[in-house]
Design a protein around this ligand. Structure first.
Ligand code: NAD
Length: 494
């Protein structure tokens, strides 16, 4: 059985804890590897290595740090197929989707190539007579990332590129469900010229994650995962004096107004609900359909579902792969059984007609859902689209704003005035207008509101640079000895 280990100090390091977990092939249901689970001591070792590497990396010139990012950019681009294949093999998403993930991660490396410009401070000449003030951005030290299973290449790149370019050293704890992409990224960073010890990977479960969150020498934690764990990471990390950005779960709504092009809206809903088997934090989970068009829209979505090819990632014909584990597939399927019992209508049941091996569940459609039903209230995180019929725009907006999550949201309309009003009033961090998955480009920042993000800084882009640096303001005077005198008054600027 292949064994997947840690990466510490610029090389693969076998685990010593004696604890490990299975890595499945979700398309067959067979175990394909074992991943070592780090103990607290192994996390401590990785943090110590990162801390030892920090002074030299921090002192490395901006142009050299940018050069490493340019090198990483070229290497990730050259190895995108290999990286995507690793993602597909362990996560189960189809190759085209995994390639998209790598491309969206790569954007963040490209953004970090501009770090000399991004870290420019400000300067005020003659703030007071003979006194100048300037500000600089300095790295924090050892920073850590704890990442979810659904984007094992992209989410680490959301973090590592900006963190390293800013001069921090990094400890990554990837999801134990698909750990291999992180090791290829580590090797590509080494080949790009990153000094040993600046980037480390500790594989593991909550034992490793909790040690990272508690470790006194970890200055900041970026977390992406489910809401309960995000909340814990934020509370425990900030209690320990860390800077924490903790991105949580989602329940993304798509509101379709009656003037929208219904074919376009149906295509968008199907793509955004079932792409990556719904295991995206930006997936559309709830369709809010106005009564006047709901029957037509639901029929169009229902008609499209049989055309979706469900199958293993290594079959080029597959459009949607399996779910991540058998437990998760069963949990998602449970919502279909529950929806009928709660009075909703299961129009398409993904338990029917999917491959018998592996962790497959087909695209599923639930109609006539309401708040209070579990299929509406919970984050399902699978290929289930839930339709809520509404009487008015105001009712739809109210449902969105009442939802505890506020990650992504989408409006479909041809009315610019309605779109502007929606943009103004909606309580979510990322808004799509005729765009079902409005994941911001790398030079903006990504993050939800409410229970979708704990902390005050969104991830990547300008807020990522801000998160991974702290500012220092220097007030300086270079007095002319000829003009020196004693003055006991409080310093004033005028
Ligand atoms: P998860 O919360 O189960 O795990 C995320 C990470 O936390 C993993 O590395 C895991 O090992 C670790 N972890 C698990 N239990 C822990 C504990 N008790 N203490 C500390 N760490 C622990 O999430 P997942 O199932 O891997 O990913 C799916 C979830 O992530 C969904 O809720 C999805 O919406 C969310 N997600 C959010 C975003 C976003 O940007 N907001 C992006 C991707 C995924």
């Amino acid at each position: 059985m292949r064994r997947i280990s840690h990466w510490i100090g610029g090389k693969a390091v076998p685990g010593t804890s004696g604890r490990s977990g299975p890595v499945w092939n979700p398309a067959t249901g067979a175990q394909q590897a074992t991943v070592d689970f780090a103990s607290a001591d192994e996390v401590d070792h990785a943090v110590a290595v990162a801390q030892a590497a920090f002074p030299a990396w921090r002192a490395t010139s901006l142009s050299r740090r940018a050069e490493v990012m340019f090198g990483l950019r070229e290497l990730v681009a050259a190895h995108r197929e290999e990286l995507a294949s690793l993602v597909s093999a362990e996560h189960g998403k189809v190759l085209s989707d995994a390639l998209g993930e790598v491309a969206r991660g790569l954007e963040n490396v490209e953004y970090a190539c501009g770090v000399p410009n991004l870290l420019k401070g400000g300067h005020s000449e003659q703030a007071a007579t003979g006194i100048d003030v300037h500000s600089v951005r300095q790295p924090l030290g050892v920073v850590a990332g704890i990442t979810p299973f659904n984007f094992p290449a992209m989410v680490p790149m959301w973090m590592l590129a900006n963190a390293l370019a800013c001069g921090n050293t990094f400890v990554l704890k990837p999801s134990e469900k698909d750990p291999s992409a992180s090791l290829l990224l580590a090797d590509l960073l080494r080949r790009a010229g990153l000094p040993d010890g600046c980037f480390n990977v500790v594989q593991g479960d909550r034992v490793a994650a909790e040690r990272i969150v508690e470790h006194p020498d970890v200055a900041a934690v970026s977390f992406v995962g489910s809401t309960p764990i995000a909340e814990y990471v934020h509370q425990a990390g900030t209690r320990g004096g860390k800077r924490v950005q903790a991105l949580g779960g989602a329940k993304n709504h798509m509101l379709v107004l009656p003037d929208a092009d219904l074919d376009l809206a149906a295509d968008a809903a199907v793509s955004a609900a079932y792409g990556s088997a719904g295991e995206r934090c930006m997936a559309i989970s709830v369709l809010l359909a106005m009564d006047t068009v709901a029957d037509a829209l639901v029929a169009k979505i229902r008609d499209r579902i049989p055309g979706i090819v469900v199958g293993p990632a290594d079959d080029p014909g597959s459009e949607m792969g399996p779910l991540i584990t058998a437990e998760h597939r069963d949990r998602v399927a449970g919502y279909l059984a529950g929806a009928a019992a709660e009075g909703a209508t299961v129009l398409v049941d993904g338990r029917d007609g999917v491959p018998a091996d592996g962790f497959f569940l087909g695209p599923s459609l639930i109609d006539h859902a309401r708040p209070g039903m579990r299929c509406y209230d919970d984050e399902i995180f699978g290929p289930v689209l839930t339709v809520v019929r509404i009487g008015s725009y105001v009712e739809g907006l109210q449902l969105i704003n009442d939802n505890p999550y506020g990650n992504g949201v989408a409006l479909f309309t041809r009315d610019g005035g309605a779109a502007r009003r929606f943009e103004f009033d909606v309580q979510a961090g990322m808004v799509g207008v005729n765009v079902p998955i409005p994941t911001p480009v790398s030079y903006y920042s990504f993050g939800g509101w409410k229970a979708s993000l704990f902390g005050d800084q969104h991830i990547y882009g300008p807020e990522g640079i801000s998160f991974y640096t702290r500012t220092k303001v220097v007030t300086s005077r270079w007095p002319d000895p000829a003009l020196s005198s004693i003055d006991l008054g409080f310093p004033q600027t005028r």
